[in-house]
Design a binder for this molecule. Structure first.
Ligand code: ADP
Length: 404
């Protein structure tokens, strides 16, 4: 539950950071671009006045060291006379450059275009001098964007690392909590029948039970011992499932035949309550673990019988299709309230504790079904209406993805 919440919060957080960063980046980019353009224009104007006052000797100074902008002086026929980034003699004629052409016509011109010399998107500002030469100052505009992208990447990586760290720790804590809760529940569940057995035995030992009542007390001890056995078996089964599929043999199994066996094994329980158990469908093979599948079908059929009143009906339908086999059990028993439907697959969760215990339930049956379904990559569906009955469906893939 907590992990689910963290996943949702993480997604929201990432989206918020993304939106915030994009908005901030756009604003900052626009601001810094405007600032850059302004300073390029100012630089060009200062240089123009300097040239007109001091003459072209100004280009004898190392302008490339004094300014990060690229400064170019272009003669009226387009010949490059000076460039602070490149040797002017090696440069081609700039008479076709749009900022040169427009500055010749309008006196000044600005443009953003791709620079072949710098191989970057560049902002150009050009001014016509009194001697009809063109002074051009430019700066690349991509550097700010690159810087922001780098910052964005760093923020995202840090955010991902932080979330992964948080999720890892929360997951560990959750697993630890479930384990502790399970151990506490197991101890409690084991203690109850043990104390009953010990109590009945002590009363009998002290001669406090009359001769005629001995069979009844022995029966109670037997019942509690049976509960204990069921509990221990279910715990063993669950811990096997917790360990994963490593040592479990998988084979092709006819689940129709397996269900027939389960039905036979539960015939006495059904007969005691005069419940009719029917089975329809045809033989259907799936690739699975026989013992776990038997346990799953047994638990579901056992529940259907235990939570259905006398003379009720339990029906199992097996329907194979091209890629799946559906196994569906329906009863007309007590049903499960909507609020309990999500929780009944939790370990030791029972809607009615006393009813479950009285009928020999351990509270682990559906947990085994849920884990067994996951092991067989089967989908589990529950449909139940209080007072009307319950229907549980398992949809198995014919050949699970796992190759064994
Ligand atoms: P239990 O051993 O108590 O039956 P399960 O894990 O098998 O434990 O089932 C959990 C709870 O789900 C049961 O205690 C019962 O309240 C409810 N339940 C399971 N199957 C059915 C059913 N077919 N009809 C009504 N309630 C059911």
């Amino acid at each position: 539950m907590k992990l689910n919440l963290l996943h949702k919060v993480s997604i929201l957080l990432i989206i918020s950071v993304l939106l915030l960063f994009c908005t901030a980046s756009i604003l900052m980019y626009r601001n810094s671009n405007a600032f850059m353009k302004n300073s390029v224009q100012n630089e060009c104007i200062y240089l123009k006045y300097s040239i007109e006052v001091s003459g072209p000797e100004i280009f004898d100074f190392p302008l490339d060291e004094a300014s990060s902008s690229r400064i170019t002086l272009i003669d009226k026929d387009g010949t490059v006379l000076y460039d602070s980034f490149q040797d002017a003699d090696t440069m081609e004629n700039h008479g076709n450059r749009p900022e040169f052409i427009q500055a010749q016509k309008e006196g000044s011109w600005e443009t953003v275009r791709y620079s072949e010399t710098l191989s970057r998107q560049t902002f150009y500002y050009a001014l016509l001098l009194n001697n009809h030469m063109v002074l051009r100052v430019s700066q690349t505009s991509g550097s700010v964007l690159l810087l922001m992208l780098a910052g964005f990447l760093v923020v995202m990586i840090l955010l991902f690392l932080l979330l992964a760290f948080l999720m890892y720790h929360l997951q560990r804590r959750e697993v630890e909590m479930v384990r502790r809760e399970f151990s506490a529940n197991v101890s409690h569940e084991l203690k109850t029948p043990l104390m009953s057995i010990s109590g009945y035995a002590e009363i009998m030992e002290n001669g406090m039970v009359q001769e005629k009542d001995i069979p009844e007390f022995a029966g109670r001890i037997h019942h509690e011992a049976q509960r204990l056995t069921n509990l221990v078996n279910d715990i063993i089964q669950l811990s096997k499932l917790d360990e994963g599929a490593e040592n479990m043999p998988f084979e092709n199994i006819d689940i129709f035949e397996l269900t027939q066996n389960v039905k036979k094994d539960l015939a006495i329980q059904a007969a005691k309550k005069k419940i009719s158990v029917s089975l329809s469908g045809t033989c259907a093979f799936i690739y699975g673990n026989c013992q776990i599948l038997y346990e799953m079908f047994f638990n579901l059929m056992d529940n259907a019988i235990r939570y259905t009143g006398p003379e009720g009906h339990v029906h199992v339908e097996i329907s194979p299709s091209s890629h799946t086999v559906s196994w569906c059990i329906t009863d007309n028993g007590i049903g499960i309230a909507e609020g309990d439907q999500e929780r009944i697959f939790e370990r030791f969760y029972r809607v009615d504790k006393s009813h479950s215990r009285a009928t020999g339930g351990t509270g682990l049956g559906l947990s085994i079904v849920k884990h067994g379904a996951a092991l067989h990559e089967a989908k589990l569906h529950l449909c139940s209406h209080l007072g009307e009955g319950t229907s549980i469906t398992l949809v198995f893939p014919v050949s699970p993805r796992r190759t064994r």
